[in-house]
Ligand binder design. Structure first.
Ligand code: DGY
Length: 326
């Protein structure tokens, strides 16, 4: 018997075909996120929920899936949209899609670093507004990238992939991570460990690569921003609420820091209104994993995870493995 699956948004064609072949599919295909009521109605009677990072999967949704719901497969590596504790209480495995979006996200982080340093957003706006009057010796001078110091806050897969790209641009690397790497790993990455406050104070570019948890809420607040150099550029491709966005807008406006390249925001898709008018901020709409290859791989992994659970197997990527037997 094919498992009954509720899918909350359309995924790339290859993933849709696989779902159609291997599952009894019910899907919310509207071009907007499902509402709480649509999530609850959709999941009722299903074995699996294939959701994404904009769906809030709380105790009420899990309750609506009871007693049939056996797995929540998130289309995303981050899973702060899911009440994992509530799923664990119900012995429902929650899965995610790590690994496959590492390179795409690191590419975007480096693109934001370059775009912010070299004022690409500002330059593009000038040209498109037909206000460019010609080359000038002092026009839009940006920050030097080669030889500068990149500080990584969080040094997991994506942070290390960014470090690899940064080495090719001759950046010096310093990092802070909850757990310090082994000497061999540090040698391999070329990054030097420093306490978080020192990384903030010493780096020309600070890039965030921590998961969003209660501990990392507003990790970058007004005090952290005040520690940074007035020329420093902050890059965030992790999660919006890791940064106090109102404090960041103020810091960018007041010159506390030099710029920011942001892919994620505290209350997506809303942004702090103060950000819109700032020329020193490059703002993009949560595009970290947005390549067709990456999104296809993410979908395939989410399907692998849910099919494994429904087939009585261990899912490859479970974030609450304590619910799995054996
Ligand atoms: C994730 O998977 O957590 C990403 O933010 C989606 O791009």
């Amino acid at each position: 018997m094919k498992p009954k699956v509720f899918l909350t948004r359309r995924l790339p064609p290859a993933v849709m075909s696989r779902l159609a072949e291997t599952t009894e599919l019910r899907a919310h295909l509207a071009d907007r996120p499902a509402t709480a009521a649509e999530l609850a109605a959709g999941v009722a009677g299903c074995d699996a929920l294939l959701c994404n990072i904009t769906d809030r999967i709380d105790a009420a949704v899990l309750e609506a899936g009871a007693p049939t719901l056996r797995v929540v497969a998130n289309f995303g590596v981050g899973f702060n949209n899911i009440d994992v504790a509530a799923a664990t209480t119900r012995k429902i495995p929650v899965t995610n899609t790590p690994g496959v979006l590492t390179d795409a996200t690191a590419d975007l982080a480096f693109a934001l670093l370059l775009a912010t340093a070299r004022r690409l957003g500002e330059g593009e706006r000038l040209v498109r507004a037909r206000q460019w009057t010609g080359w000038e010796p002092m026009q839009m001078l940006g920050a030097d990238v080669s030889g500068a110091t990149l500080g990584l806050i969080g040094f997991g897969r994506i942070g290390r992939a960014l470090a690899k790209r940064a080495r090719a641009f001759d950046l010096k690397l310093i990092y802070w991570n909850r757990t310090r790497l082994s000497p061999a790993e540090e040698a391999e990455t070329g990054a030097v460990y420093r306490p978080k406050e020192d990384v903030l104070a010493a780096a020309d570019f600070v890039s965030l690569h921590v998961a969003y948890t209660p501990d990392t809420h507003h990790l970058i607040d007004a005090a952290a921003l005040a520690r940074m150099k007035p020329t420093a550029i902050l890059i965030n491709t992790a999660r919006g609420p890791v940064v106090d966005e109102a404090a960041l807008a103020a810091a960018l406006r007041n010159g506390t820091i030099g710029g920011a390249g942001l892919d994620v925001f505290e209350r997506e898709p809303q942004l702090d209104p103060g950000l819109f008018g700032l020329e020193n901020a490059v703002l993009v709409p949560h595009l970290g994993s947005a390549t067709i290859g990456t999104r296809t791989k993410m979908g395939m992994i989410a399907v692998d995870n849910l099919l494994a659970v429904c087939g009585g197997q261990r899912p490859p990527n479970c974030v609450n493995p304590q619910v799995l037997a054996g």
